[in-house]
Design a protein around this ligand. Structure first.
Ligand code: GLA
Length: 425
C-alpha cells in the first residue's frame, strides 16, 4: 500500500508516542506497524451466526498499532484514545469461562475505553479496552502459534461504539502485532482467531463477519462470504457509486442483550423446525416456501426472526448479482426490503436508524439505504451516486439532526484492502 502524506504523519505521531510511553528504541528493537480496517456491511445482517451469507466491505477507517517486539511474553499497550494503558503476561491469560463458571456478560460489541485493571489470569476482569489485545494473545496462544510480547501504541480512526467494528479491527491488528508484522497468516485463519478472542475471551457471542471483513477485505470490492464454508467472492461496485456510512449518533443500550436474545430465538426456531426436518442445524438450510408451510410450529416472534434470516440470505446473493450488473433500482429495492425486515421481523432497528434511512432516501442520487450491523443505534449504509454525496451530508445535518435532536455524521468511505503490516522503521 503506497503511503500518503497523512499516513506518514500518522506514523511519525505513533513512533513519537511509542518513545514517550516506553522510552527510546534500543538498536535491536525496530518499530513495526500493522493496520486493520473497520467494516461496513452492505447487506446480510444477523445471518452470519445462522451460517448464512453476508456482504461486508473493509473501509478506510482503521486501527494501527505501532510496536516494538519484546524478547519476553509481556505485552504493554497504550492507546491514543484512552488514558489507561494495559499490560499483561501472555502466559497468564485465561478466558473467564476457564477461570471458573461461565460468567460472561453481554456488553458492547465495539468495546469502550472503560476503566479497570489489565486482564490477567485468575482475577475476575473488569472491562478494559486492552481486553481485545489480550483476547487476541490468548486466542493465538491457544492455537499454539508462536507469540511474543511487545510494547505498542494504538491509534484508531474508527468511531468507537458506532457499529463499524472497532473491536474486530483491534483484535485483528493485535493478532498481527503478536505474530510480528513479518509473519503472514491466511486471512480466514486470522479472522477465526480474532473471532475466538471476542467470543471466548471478551465474551461477546458474535459471528465471524466483522473479523473476516477486516482480515480479508479487498480494495474497491465488497466481500460475499458464505459463513458456513467461508467461501468468498469479491464483488465490484457499479462505476460512480460510493459507499456512504451515516452514523446516527444514538447510543446502543439494548444492543448486546437483544443480540443474545435474537441468537437464542434463532436456535429455538431450528430446534422446533428440526422436528419436521430431521438433521436441520441452521436457518441457512431453509427456503421461504418451506418455512411458510411450517410457520405454525413456531411462536410468532420466533417465526418472524426465522423469516428475516431466510429472506435476508436470499437478498445477499441477489444483491451481489445486482452490484455486478449495475442494477441500481434492484439495489434500492433490496436495501429497502432488508431494512423493513430488520425493523419489523427481526426488531433490531430504532427510531434514529429509521429516520436516517428516510432522510437519505429522499435525496435524488441516493441509490439505496438501510441500517447496518447489529442495530439499536449505530449506522446506516448507503449507496450514493458520487455527485449526490454533498446533498446527503446537507440533508443529514439539516433534517436528521432537527428531527431526532441527535448529531448525525456522514462518512463517505473508500473500500480498502484487509489487514496487514504497514511499515517497518
Ligand atoms: C455484529 C456482530 C456480527 C453480526 C452483526 C449483525 O456486528 O459482531 O457478527 O452478527 O452484528 O449482522
Amino acid at each position: 500500500m503506497p503511503l500518503t502524506r497523512p499516513d506518514r504523519e500518522r506514523i511519525e505521531m505513533l513512533v513519537a508516542a511509542l518513545e514517550t510511553e516506553y522510552g527510546p528504541a534500543t538498536d535491536s528493537a525496530r518499530v513495526e506497524i500493522v493496520r486493520a480496517p473497520g467494516r461496513v456491511n452492505l447487506i446480510g445482517d444477523h445471518t452470519d451466526y445462522n451460517e448464512g451469507f453476508v456482504l461486508p466491505a473493509a473501509i478506510e477507517l482503521d486501527t494501527w498499532i505501532a510496536f516494538r517486539r519484546r524478547e519476553d511474553g509481556l505485552v504493554r499497550v497504550a492507546s491514543r484514545h484512552s488514558r489507561e494503558p494495559g499490560s499483561f503476561w501472555i502466559d497468564d491469560l485465561t478466558a473467564e469461562h476457564e477461570a471458573g463458571g461461565d460468567t460472561r456478560q453481554p456488553r458492547e460489541n465495539d468495546g469502550g475505553a472503560a476503566a479497570g485493571a489489565a486482564a490477567t489470569a485468575t482475577v475476575r476482569r473488569s472491562s478494559h479496552w486492552s481486553d481485545y489485545v489480550a483476547g487476541a494473545a490468548w486466542s493465538l496462544r491457544e492455537a499454539a502459534l508462536p507469540v511474543r510480547g511487545f510494547d505498542g501504541v494504538v491509534d484508531s480512526t474508527i468511531p468507537i461504539g458506532s457499529g463499524l467494528s472497532s473491536s474486530a479491527a483491534l483484535e485483528v491488528a493485535s493478532a498481527l502485532a503478536l505474530l510480528g508484522a513479518g509473519r503472514v497468516l491466511a486471512a480466514p485463519s486470522l479472522a477465526a482467531l480474532a473471532q475466538r478472542a471476542e467470543v471466548d475471551y471478551v465474551g461477546v457471542n458474535c459471528g465471524i463477519m466483522d473479523q473476516f471483513a477486516s482480515a480479508a477485505g479487498r480494495e474497491g470490492r465488497a466481500l460475499l462470504l458464505d459463513c458456513r464454508s467461508l467461501d468468498t467472492r469479491y464483488v465490484a461496485l457499479p462505476f460512480g457509486v460510493r459507499v456512504v456510512v451515516c452514523d446516527t449518533g444514538a447510543r446502543r443500550e439494548l444492543r448486546s442483550s437483544v443480540y443474545n436474545t435474537r441468537r437464542a430465538e434463532c436456535a429455538r426456531a431450528v430446534a422446533l423446525l428440526a422436528e419436521r426436518m430431521p438433521g436441520l442445524c441452521s436457518l441457512r438450510d431453509l427456503d421461504a416456501a418451506w418455512l411458510a408451510r411450517h410457520r405454525a410450529l413456531l411462536p410468532d416472534n420466533v417465526a418472524r426472526r426465522a423469516e428475516h434470516v431466510v429472506s435476508e440470505n436470499a437478498r445477499v446473493v441477489t444483491t451481489a448479482s445486482a452490484l455486478e450488473t449495475g442494477d441500481l433500482d434492484e439495489l434500492g429495492r433490496l436495501f429497502a426490503e432488508s431494512h423493513v425486515s430488520l425493523r419489523d421481523l427481526y426488531e433490531v432497528s430504532s427510531p434514529a436508524l429509521d429516520t436516517m434511512v428516510e432522510v437519505a432516501r429522499a435525496i435524488p442520487g441516493v441509490v439505496a439505504a438501510r441500517m447496518t450491523g447489529a442495530g439499536f443505534g449505530g449506522c446506516t449504509v448507503n449507496l450514493v451516486l458520487a455527485d449526490a454525496v454533498p446533498a446527503l451530508k446537507a440533508a443529514v445535518s439539516r433534517e436528521y439532526d432537527r428531527r431526532t435532536g441527535l448529531r448525525g455524521r456522514v462518512y463517505p468511505v473508500a473500500i480498502v484492502d484487509g489487514a496487514g503490516p504497514l511499515a517497518m522503521i
